[in-house]
Design a protein around this ligand. Structure first.
Ligand SMILES: *[C@@H]1O[C@H](CO)[C@@H](O)[C@H](O)[C@H]1NC(C)=O
Ligand SMILES: *[C@@H]1O[C@H](CO)[C@@H](O)[C@H](O)[C@H]1NC(C)=O
Ligand SMILES: *[C@@H]1O[C@H](CO)[C@@H](O)[C@H](O)[C@H]1NC(C)=O
Length: 509
């Protein structure tokens, strides 16, 4: 993803030969948007046409050079099936759509290094593996503003308050991890902060997760128009390959998220870009409501298969929080599996049921919280339970879990209510209504899930708030909106000047 000359661009790995990744040689697709919500397809930016990419254009990164011109660096699989790094320039840098790209004949610019195997020098944008290290896909190193400041920084930003984030995507786990630290230009070295014991130094397995669900190879870009850093990720399918082939496509992008360093300076906060609000339509809400122990309450009038929900829960007391052994902090997924939405608890589980099939609840996806006590401290677990998301067989229906870093304990000590803010959005941009993106604790813990409910084909999706804890929970605020359908990858007309001139979304529709 990149912002250039008034337009947002997404260059993405695309297989013109079918819905599966490993059938045929890869190209790079290219879409543009004026608002990050509605997108137009511009056709392929790169196709495998030269000796240095004959077997595929496998992995791409776009960046803006100091002179302001964009450049593509990409991994080609050459005629001998070796992975090499190539460069490409826009044919006309003045074209804001950057439609055509030129690959100079002096490619590859980085041939295969002697200590790297021919099939390990690719891996989606800038990754590489050496004999001494495991492969990392899509590494992304970017500066963030000092604690709590939401504005983004351009990649070249340096200065006393500037921190850096290193994000890596690890193929052994298919998960994205990050560490906050400092980058030294002189030595070209990134050092994770030591003050954060959970930082785990150089061991990515102890770094924080970008998302605790089903999301991979995220990348960020600096959005100069709105002065923010935006993260964007690929979310693959969880149904069968046969389903992908039948549908004719597979994989999608999450909704773009703004991200920044939280006030504590140790973790990132992510939130869907505000442009999603332009899609909001019919609204339902709860104000100062209460859900009793064992309660289930439908939020009427909102079709939850395409919706955006913002909810705050307030826990009147932590006295009944269940005790937890500290060793259980290591596997949130398993803990969510054991302590699911239907396992009655002390403080929680409480949360939302989305994409629910009406009264019988045969199909539903539960997104919920549960508060535990560890010695004299409290911790909040967030779960997305997919086990009942679909009655369809052959679909991956895991339990996703993560801990939410909110200071619920502090509020307990001053004996006031402890709000646990959680926002949950069901993603509107997919034609099959199959993604749920949740942001807990104001965006500190994010969870993306793919769901394939069968009821949406014939009926509407329902939305509920529930509480299976021992005491009532308060819901000071719940706002839910149905979302209009965005316009995604409409083929742009050749001479559509409006596409360039205007920033309003209907131009792209
Ligand atoms: C992929 O490219 C190679 C080299 O040009 C070619 O031999 C092969 O037929 C291509 N495969 C497909 C499915 O087009
Ligand atoms: C895609 O999703 C499936 C199901 O979750 C998973 O088993 C598979 O490993 C994923 N593939 C990639 C490349 O992420
Ligand atoms: C709440 O717990 C009861 C009893 O275990 C269960 O029947 C019900 O399905 C649970 N609610 C949800 C939303 O899981």
């Amino acid at each position: 993803p990149v912002y250039y000359n008034g337009m947002y661009h997404l260059f993405y790995q695309y297989n013109p030969h079918g819905a599966l990744w490993d059938v045929g040689n890869l190209s790079w697709g290219h879409s543009v948007s004026g608002d990050l919500v509605n997108w137009a397809d511009l056709g392929n930016a790169l196709d495998p046409t030269a000796l240095f990419d004959a077997n595929g254009c496998a992995s791409v990164s776009v960046t803006i050079l100091p002179d302001g011109n964009p450049v593509i660096l990409y991994s080609g699989i050459d005629a001998d099936r070796r992975q090499v790094q190539n460069i490409a320039f826009p044919k006309n840098p003045l074209d804001p759509l950057l439609r055509e790209w030129v690959k100079p004949s002096y490619n590859p610019v980085v041939p295969l290094p002697a200590d790297v195997s021919p099939d390990n020098f690719l891996h989606r944008r800038r990754g590489a593996a050496s004999r001494d290290a495991v492969m990392a896909e899509c590494p992304d190193l970017f500066p963030v503003a000092p604690r709590g400041a939401a504005e983004g920084l351009d990649t070249s930003a340096r200065g006393p308050g500037v921190r850096h984030v290193l994000k890596v995507s690890m193929p052994d786990k298919l998960q994205d991890y990050y560490a906050v630290g400092r980058y030294d230009d002189e030595t070209d070295t990134f050092t994770p902060d030591e003050e954060d014991a959970r930082g785990g130094g150089g061991d990515y397995r102890r770094w924080r997760r970008i998302d605790h669900g089903h999301l991979y190879v995220s990348m960020t870009f600096f959005d100069a128009r709105r002065n923010r850093r935006v993260l964007w990720a690929w979310v693959n399918e969880s149904d069968s390959e046969a389903d992908d082939v039948a549908r004719g496509w597979s994989g999608l992008q999450s909704f773009p998220r703004a991200l920044w360093l939280d006030a504590g300076g140790r973790q990132l906060v992510q939130w869907s870009v505000e442009e999603i609000e332009t899609l909001r339509r019919r609204r339902a809400d709860l104000v100062d409501a209460e859900v009793e122990a064992g309660g289930l309450r439908e939020i009427g009038d909102v079709e939850s298969s395409q919706a955006d929900v913002d909810v705050v829960f307030e826990v009147p007391s932590l006295v009944r929080a269940e005790g937890l052994d500290p060793s259980r902090l290591l596997d949130a997924d398993a803990l969510c599996g054991e302590k699911g939405a239907s396992v009655r608890g002390g403080v929680g589980p409480f949360g939302l049921l989305v994409m629910a099939s009406g009264d019988d609840l045969r199909e539903h996806t539960a997104v919920f919280f549960r508060v535990f006590r560890i010695l004299h401290e409290y911790t909040v677990l967030m779960c997305t339970d997919l086990t009942r998301s679909s009655t369809m067989a052959g679909v991956y229906k895991p339990m996703h879990g993560g801990f939410v870093n909110v200071d619920i304990e502090k509020d307990e000590h001053i004996e006031s209510a402890s709000p646990i803010p959680c926002t949950l959005g069901t993603e509107p941009l997919t034609i099959d209504h199959s993604i749920v993106e949740s942001f807990g604790g104001g965006g500190r813990t994010c969870m993306t899930a793919r769901v394939y409910p069968e009821h949406v084909a014939t009926g509407s999706g329902h939305l509920y708030v529930f509480n299976n804890g021992s005491d009532a929970v308060k819901v000071p605020k719940l706002e839910a909106w149905e979302l209009a359908t965005a316009s995604v990858n409409v083929v742009a007309a050749e001479d559509d000047d409006g596409l360039v001139a205007s920033e309003t979304r209907q131009v792209l529709c």
